[in-house]
Design a protein around this ligand. Structure first.
Ligand code: ZN
Length: 91
């Protein structure tokens, strides 16, 4: 079992790739400490702030499209599972 200090160090020394991965997941899918670590990293990292802004714009655009009648937006559960599996496998 990892110590609390180790977990804190991991959260505070997070790399861009991990912060980016965590931003793409729903908040409830990872521990609060990692969420804080990703937020801390984003405050300090200009690249991640830009990526976060782009993700927010994309989400806003998709939400706007969802309100349009006749527009189907989103991935099927099967497509989500395939993408999640590929990410986990590092493909
Ligand atoms: Zn970063």
């Amino acid at each position: 079992m990892k110590s609390a200090l180790h977990n804190l160090w991991h959260a505070l020394s997070m790399r861009c790739e991990e912060a980016d991965r965590l931003r793409s997941l729903p908040d409830e899918d990872f521990p609060r400490l990692l969420r804080w670590g990703a937020a801390f990293h984003t405050v300090l990292c200009k690249s991640c702030r830009n990526a976060k802004r782009q993700l927010e714009r994309l989400q806003s655009t998709l939400q706007g499209l969802e309100r349009e009648p006749g527009v189907a937006v989103g991935l099927s559960p099967e497509a989500r599972a395939r993408i999640a599996k590929s990410i986990e496998e590092g493909v």
